[in-house]
Design a protein around this ligand. Structure first.
Ligand code: SF4
Length: 501
């Protein structure tokens, strides 16, 4: 597909919109038609200046099919680039909707944080006008508008817990027992990288100690700890013990509201490991079935069965874990609506404190989308029905949505929603999604986000992506970490203040 951009700079938004409808197409973005263009799928988007305004034109030409829409916008809107972009997005959205016969429920929104956007709109124009704009100008469906509003109300209580000196700690364990076919993270199969784990852990502990010194020198207050990945429970019980002891020794945890460890893959969970987590004060774990259909589990390359998920869950309950999250994915290959419904019903029957319902994201780097011998084609309508069923049932069984985000290339342009029983929210998930406060992150692929407590300004400090780079260039990365202090120095004089309670 070729996307032409003429007289404007909205190529990013236009490309993302095209991707909503054609997730598998390679999209070439050009400034003018190439000579002798033989492209069968052409989209033209252009802005022409007129004496009193602008004319926007969008044309789709797919073989014999050709449709065009134009719109004239006068002042004051024509002077506002955001409005120009929105008008053009609406034109393109209408044309693609008509051609594809499907209406994405998030309208022209392609960003990852729709709830944050709604919050900003409400603060700028009041709730009534903001909801009207969300639905009628951004074309978000009534159903997703309600979901956004409910999520925003629920997350609001958690956001207010964060103070200017608050921060969260994220630790990355980028190893998994096998690589899921839909995975696009840096995680490596532990079978291939097992020999790196001891050295990785040794250096990770050093980075944690160094990060704690930086946080202490800035008088920051640790609100939440989140160990994710990858699958942290690929570490042995002794290795987990070393990691958790280092965290406890290095940081003040007296104000810590949450200590989560993702025990994502049930085949990595043992009583010994769970006891190690308990001993070190871990308050919340995640056991992720993704699906309870063994056929689908096999297709997506997870080497465990539904039965193992159920046993791991029962074991965690027996050992006293009273805050367990379970992740599910809608839109998995070879999954059907009936099988998803059965998975969700069984998971609700287990009564975990939270259930996170993801929609499959069609990331190019994932094996699932590279294996051309057996191309995976998603069924958008089925994924939508899965998400609709989940929303309905979870509300019915007393769960409430409290954080929500989207990724690029999600099946049907849907969303990921964290559902929780009141009182068991994970503040970390809200803080990271909202970018409320600083996240200091340790480990390969981790990204520290340094947030100015008094404005929206946020700087990122990237760690090396892969474990071997992390190990080989560790000292370089530690020096990079010192930018945290420099950032805070620029943001505010927080180091001269005494932390409040
Ligand atoms: S468990 Fe998560 S991080 Fe690990 S391979 Fe699967 S999707 Fe990737």
């Amino acid at each position: 597909m070729t996307l032409l951009i003429d007289g404007h700079t909205f190529h990013y938004e236009m490309e993302n919109l095209c991707r909503l409808f054609f997730p598998y197409q390679k999209i070439k973005v050009l400034g003018k038609f190439p000579e002798n263009c033989k492209e069968k799928m052409l989209i033209y988007t252009g802005i022409k200046k007129e004496p009193n305004g602008l004319t926007l034109t969008v044309r789709v030409q797919f073989g014999e099919y050709c449709r065009e829409e134009t719109e004239w916008i006068g002042s004051p809107e024509c002077g506002n680039e955001n409005e120009q972009e929105r008008h053009m997005a609406v034109l393109l959205f209408r044309l693609l909707t008509a051609y594809c016969g499907f209406v994405p429920k998030w309208g022209i929104l392609t960003g990852v944080r729709p709830v944050k956007l709604l919050r900003r709109l409400i603060s700028e124009m009041g709730e009534t006008k903001a909801l009207d704009f969300y639905q009628n100008q951004l074309l978000v469906s009534e159903q997703k508008t309600k979901l956004s509003l409910l999520t925003m109300q629920n997350e609001g209580k958690i956001l207010s817990l964060s103070k200017p000196e608050s921060f969260s700690l994220y630790i990355s364990i980028p190893f998994c027992p096998t690589r899921c076919s839909y995975c696009s993270f840096v995680s490596s199969s532990v079978e291939k990288t097992a020999k790196l784990v001891p050295e990785y852990l040794r250096l990770l502990c050093r980075e944690i100690e160094h990060t704690a010194q930086v946080a202490a020198s800035l008088k920051l207050r640790l609100e939440t700890v989140y160990i994710g990945g990858g699958t942290p429970t690929t570490l042995s019980a002794e290795q987990l013990d070393t990691l958790l002891s280092t965290i406890r020794r290095s940081f003040h945890l007296s104000a810590c509201r949450e200590f989560t460890v993702e025990a994502g893959r049930p085949d990595t969970i043992t009583a010994e490991k769970l006891l190690s987590l308990k001993k070190h004060g871990v308050t919340r774990i995640s056991i992720n079935p993704q699906t309870l259909n063994d056929e689908v589990l096999k297709t997506i390359g997870r080497r465990h069965t539904a039965e193992q998920t159920l046993s791991a869950y029962a074991l965690a309950r027996d050992l006293g874990f009273d805050n367990i999250n379970m992740d599910l994915i809608a839109g998995l290959p070879k999954d059907s609506l009936e099988s998803f419904v059965s998975t969700l019903d069984r998971v609700i029957g287990l009564a975990p404190e939270s259930i996170t319902v993801h929609t499959l994201s069609l990331k190019r780097s994932a094996r699932l989308f590279q294996d051309e011998s057996e191309p995976f084609r998603n069924d958008t309508q089925t994924a939508e029905q899965m998400i609709d069923y989940a929303d309905e049932q979870l509300l019915k069984y007393g769960y409430k949505p409290y954080y929500l985000y989207r990724q690029s290339r999600m099946v049907g342009n849907l969303e990921n929603t964290g559902w929780v029983k009141p009182g068991f929210e994970s503040p970390y998930n809200v803080f990271i999604m909202d970018e409320t406060h600083t996240i200091l992150a340790c480990g390969a692929g981790a990204v520290s986000k340094i947030k100015d407590p008094y404005s929206d300004s946020l700087n990122r400090i990237f760690n090396f992506k892969y474990p071997y780079e992390y190990i080989n260039r560790f000292e370089e990365m530690i020096i990079r970490k010192d930018q945290v202090k420099a950032n805070y120095g620029k943001f505010c004089r927080i180091s001269e203040r005494t932390p409040s309670d």
